[in-house]
Design a protein around this ligand. Structure first.
Ligand code: 7TS
Length: 412
């Protein structure tokens, strides 16, 4: 193993119980963190501690367990706010995941603000969860969709922004990091240009918040969504950050308990934000354990995690470049990309690559990765994708390269 970064990856890897197992008789090399990351014992223990010691519903009881659960749940909201440099924890709405956070904005903000003739600007590299909710909104509201293209290196074609942005553009929804190309997009610049025509910007941060410091005030965006399960946290919990004045002006998304002030037979008044957007019993233990995941990442340092991943990605691009017949998608300039590397191998279907690699104890994903429009532009039906996180090593990449060579020989 080549040592790439200041932190001790092998020591850190021991925090993740799942990674010490063997798969098909080989040590597990987990290269699918872009889909969902593994969890350190600190997060698992936090979740277990909640269920063992103080499980109770929040914001309702006056008894000790409920007070303790409410305190921990709200403290987790504060941790999310600090992670994103939000002005206030009131700007954080807990959701199930990125998908739900984007749907919340498309439904609640979009329903109240879009009319026929308005335009929604997306990019062709978006994940389906940052496309389909906007298509549904367009169908309901009569607004139209525009798409910023990608160039041949897998970067957003920013020169097309001037012609696509107009005063009719009401919102731009863009990913901060592509889950396929790895491209890190210049979100602050896009925000500046969108704001100049009066459009809001939603940032899909599913692939950025887990991997690098993200500051909503520095980005100057209007909404930002991410998922806990991709950043060492549990499934079932994510968050939407929104500017307070925007959230306050938005009608509810889901109706029910916890989101109301007064309920009468014919109508109701709604709670202040963020409670207005958290109908029903939330994922309490999961939110608290997301807080533990944030503590864990902060202790290591998101800037150091990002550095480690850049070094790994650079190493992977170099090593994979030596595999005959392998095509890598996405930018080659390391500063412009994060730790996801999608590729095809001549003569071997991506699903066969994933199957063969599984036999070697290597877990990676094959398919369209919920980006069918992007794959259409790349002119491939599917790609294989290796994605890295803080616990990956150069040895994982070396094993990937050896296994790919074996696959190529087997199929040729
Ligand atoms: N946006 C991006 C950029 C993503 O990569 C994903 C998930 C989502 C949104 C949706 O996140 P969810 O937590 O709401 O499901 N990406 C992937 C992936 O690349 N492979 O599996 C899930």
């Amino acid at each position: 193993m080549v040592t790439l970064s200041q932190f001790d990856v092998l020591a850190l890897k021991r925090d993740f119980p799942i990674l010490s197992q063997e798969v098909k008789g080989k040590p597990l090399a987990f290269l699918d963190s872009a889909a969902s990351s593994q969890k350190p014992r600190q997060v698992i223990e936090c979740l277990e501690d909640y269920y063992r010691r103080y499980n109770a519903n929040v914001h309702r009881g006056v008894y000790k367990l409920s007070e303790e659960a409410t305190f921990a749940y709200e403290r987790a909201r504060g941790k999310v706010a600090r992670l994103l440099n939000a002005r206030s924890p009131r700007e954080i709405v807990f959701t199930r995941n990125t998908t739900e956070a984007i749907n919340l904005v498309a439904y609640a903000w979009g329903g109240a603000n879009l009319k026929p003739g308005d335009r929604i600007l997306l990019t062709v590299m978006e994940h389906h969860s940052n496309i389909v909710p906007w298509q549904m909104l367009a169908q309901r509201s009569g607004a139209a969709l525009d798409y910023l293209p990608v160039d041949s290196d897998g970067r957003l074609a920013l020169e097309a922004l001037d012609s696509l942005l107009s005063e009719r553009t009401k919102i731009v929804a863009v990913t901060q990091q592509s889950n396929v190309l790895g491209t890190i997009n210049p979100v602050a610049e896009i925000v500046r240009r969108a704001h100049a025509v009066g459009a809001l910007v939603l940032v899909d941060a599913a692939q950025s918040v887990p991997h690098m410091p993200v500051d909503v005030q520095a980005l100057d965006c209007d909404f930002l969504a991410f998922s806990g399960h991709k950043m060492c946290g549990p499934t079932g919990i994510g968050a939407l950050w929104g500017r307070r004045e925007l959230l306050e002006a938005m009608p509810p998304f889901l109706g029910g308990g916890s989101m109301i002030k007064i309920v009468e037979l014919e109508q109701s008044s709604y709670a202040d934000v963020p409670a207005r957007f958290e109908a029903g019993t939330p994922a309490i233990g999961e939110a608290i354990a997301l807080g533990a995941a944030i503590d864990y990442l902060n202790e290591i340092g998101l800037d150091r995690i990002h550095e480690h991943e850049l070094a790994l990605t650079s190493y992977a691009l170099g090593r994979l470049g030596d595999v005959a017949g392998l095509t890598i998608f996405g930018p080659r300039t390391i500063a412009e990309r994060g730790a996801a590397v999608a590729f095809t191998l001549d003569g071997v279907h991506p699903h066969d690559i994933a199957g063969l690699l599984d036999g070697e104890g290597i877990a990676l994903r094959a398919g369209h990765h919920c980006t069918q429009p992007l794959h259409r532009v790349l002119d491939v039906m599917a790609t294989a994708r290796a994605s890295f996180y803080l616990y990956n090593t150069t040895e994982d990449i070396d094993r990937l390269v050896v296994a790919l060579d074996k696959a190529r020989k087997l199929f040729s």
